[in-house]
Design a protein around this ligand. Structure first.
Ligand SMILES: C[S@@+](CC[C@H](N)C(=O)[O-])C[C@H]1O[C@@H](n2cnc3c(N)ncnc32)[C@H](O)[C@@H]1O
Length: 299
């Protein structure tokens, strides 16, 4: 219901006809600014189209408008003590494990690793951005080992405590993964061409459209092959379901973060537009693998 596809495609068509989409940009500052601006124009246009269509289209648009929020999750609060941040990312890690999401992510990513390995005939270097507690990096590294693939998996985040905890966990589990500090908006320390595949999970909605576009554009300078973003599918079911499942852990702040996140999930069309602005081409694919949206941008 919250994908608003009919109104969305009409709105995007209108923006294309007015030559407002895709916008041009010269540098990362401009990319961030034009992406935020165009996505905001798109939402306004989509609401206008929904009003024209009326009936159920307008009801869906009104529900979507009521749910949307720019609030940040508590885990992103700079003033939150590190111990509380760790509590929240570990709760998310448990939830991901409980929902059997890690095997799903691994199944989605292994074909990329195999493909790159066959093309490049060398080690495939995978980078996970915003890896939090590190569950995906660890699960992927374990799968790589079990399947005897020639690949290395690096998790990264901007919270040093997560990096330390990730490396400790990798050593305890004997999993061939490593974690390092890396800001998704400054990959210079990684070095150009340092990675073949850049992935990010459960975090796309933590960033504005402009930030996501910059992240994709920067990844294209660093990942020779592809950027894969996995996140919750924007829907009424998840707007109720995510906080409900989060509440099972009995952590009030985590439940609230679950609700905030589900209100912020992007629609498939929004992700598609952001990727097109960032890449300047139609090299992206956004699909639903319920309850996930999967965005793939090939470079
Ligand atoms: C919702 S958590 C997702 C964690 C993990 N991917 C998972 O699914 O459990 C969002 C993560 O984004 C990280 N983050 C926020 N801003 C970042 C940035 N500029 N660069 C890298 N990571 C960032 C946060 O520290 C946090 O760990």
């Amino acid at each position: 219901m919250l994908q608003l596809k009919t109104a969305g495609f009409k709105a995007l068509d209108n923006l294309r006809k007015k030559e407002l989409f895709p916008p041009q940009w010269q540098n990362m500052e401009e990319l961030e600014q034009v992406s935020d601006s165009v996505l905001s124009q798109f939402l306004d246009e989509r609401f206008r189209v929904s009003q024209e269509l009326g009936g159920g289209f307008l009801i869906s648009a009104l529900i979507d408008k009521a749910l949307r929020t720019r609030d940040n999750e508590l885990m992103d609060d700079r003033n939150l003590p590190v111990s509380e941040k760790l509590k929240l990312v570990r709760a998310l890690d448990r939830q991901n494990a409980m929902m059997q999401l890690y095997p799903r992510y691994v199944d989605l990513l292994i074909p990329f690793i195999r493909e790159i390995s066959e093309t490049k005939k060398r080690e495939v270097r995978v980078l996970e951005l915003a890896s939090g507690a590190g569950g995906l990096t660890l699960a992927l590294a374990e799968a790589v080992r079990q399947k005897k693939l020639h690949a290395s998996v690096t998790g990264s985040d901007i919270v040093p405590a997560y990096i330390e905890a990730g490396n400790t966990r990798a050593a305890e589990l004997g999993v061939p993964a490593s974690f390092r500090y890396l800001d998704a908006f400054d990959l210079t320390s990684a070095g150009k061409g340092a990675f073949d595949l850049v992935v990010i999970s459960q975090s796309l909605h933590h960033f504005t459209p402009g930030q996501l576009a910059v992240m994709i554009a920067l990844a294209s300078e660093n990942a020779a092959t592809a950027f894969v973003g996995i996140d919750g599918y924007r829907s009424l079911l998840l707007a109720c379901g995510v906080p409900f499942v989060a509440a099972m852990q009995g952590i009030a702040s985590f439940t609230l973060d679950g609700l905030t996140s589900a209100r912020k999930f992007y629609t498939e069309l929004e992700l598609d537009m952001i990727a097109e602005i960032a890449s300047g081409k139609k090299v992206q694919r956004v699909s639903c693998s319920w309850p996930l949206s999967v965005m793939t941008v090939r470079f």
